[in-house]
Design a protein around this ligand. Structure first.
Ligand code: NAD
Length: 255
């Protein structure tokens, strides 16, 4: 490849020195995303309610030559979110990239089995937690007129799910919230986009519908397939993308 072109392409995707927070980074898609962000040069804060998993994932990134730290953080707890953001600034100087990935499943329930507390629990974690984290990093991004916010939704948020309508409601809410914020924050050079994964080979998917899905697809997505979309949206290559939904799903559905 022409040297000038290859250098330009590299600098389009390079994240050297950028500071990123990934929620739910101890496992699955969040872990793969943190690793790939670090591989492209970002300094990464990995937070999760599974403290040991986040710590191990951060340790792996450091062993691979990247820069990463970890912290216990429940995305339903605003104090912990504040502490996580402060610690990130302490370690890396700022926050440039926020990946709202942490979420929980609904347990494959039909509506008759979803009582109001269960509905509220899903919305709290999968939708309100995303809002809390954006709210906490926004003053930093606004002050420097730069920010990349990538929210992980789900195919269920786009086309619904056969069960877990409350999970679909939260994930659909993530898409609508991202579009609204993209409109509001665009003039401040803060991009807000969504990755809506199709079925992906993680613990969450195995808890849900993995085996039947294997019969439907030529292959199921791997966490790195989703991470690649996140890294693209975090990079300057996607500088003109905002309010968009990218759905790596092997052609299961089209948005
Ligand atoms: N795997 C799939 O097929 C699939 C499909 C569509 C969307 N998604 C979405 O992808 C994202 C990642 O899921 P995954 O498949 O990697 O699952 P996973 O279970 O491997 O990882 C989810 C992570 O989120 C963390 N988490 C859960 N509740 C949290 C909380 N309150 N605070 C902080 N962290 C919390 C978990 O501890 C875990 O480490 C989720 O948003 C999920 O909804 C996954």
């Amino acid at each position: 490849m022409n040297k000038m072109i290859s250098e330009n392409i590299y600098s389009f995707y390079a994240l050297e020195g950028k500071s990123a927070i990934v929620t739910g980074a101890g496992n699955g898609i969040g872990k793969a995303t943190a690793r790939l962000l670090a591989a492209f040069g970002a300094n990464v804060m990995l937070c999760d309610i599974e403290e040991e998993s986040a710590e191990a994932a951060a340790g792996q990134i450091c062993a691979e030559g990247g820069r990463a730290v970890s912290m216990y953080c429940d995305i339903t707890d605003r104090d912990l979110i504040e502490k996580t953001v402060n610690k990130t600034v302490e370690e890396f100087g700022t926050v440039d990239i926020l990946v709202n990935n942490g979420a929980t499943l609904g347990g494959g329930k039909p509506i008759a089995k979803v009582d109001p507390p269960e509905f509220a629990r899903l919305i709290d974690t999968n939708l309100t937690g995303v809002f809390y984290f954006i709210y906490a990093v926004l003053p930093i991004m606004r002050a420097k007129k730069y920010g990349k916010i990538i929210n992980i939704s789900s195919g269920a948020g786009v086309v619904g799910g056969e069960t877990d309508f409350h999970y679909a409601a939260a994930k659909g809410g993530v898409i609508a919230m991202s579009k609204g914020l993209a409109r509001e924050l665009g003039h401040e050079s803060i991009n807000v986009n969504v990755v809506a994964p199709g079925l992906t080979n993680t613990r969450m998917a195995h808890e849900w519908e993995f085996e039947p899905a294997l019969k439907r697809f030529y292959r199921v997505g791997e966490p790195v397939d989703m991470a690649a979309a996140v890294v693209f949206l975090a990079s300057d290559a996607a500088g003109y993308f905002s309010g968009q939904v990218i759905s790596p799903n092997g052609g299961e559905y089209m948005i």
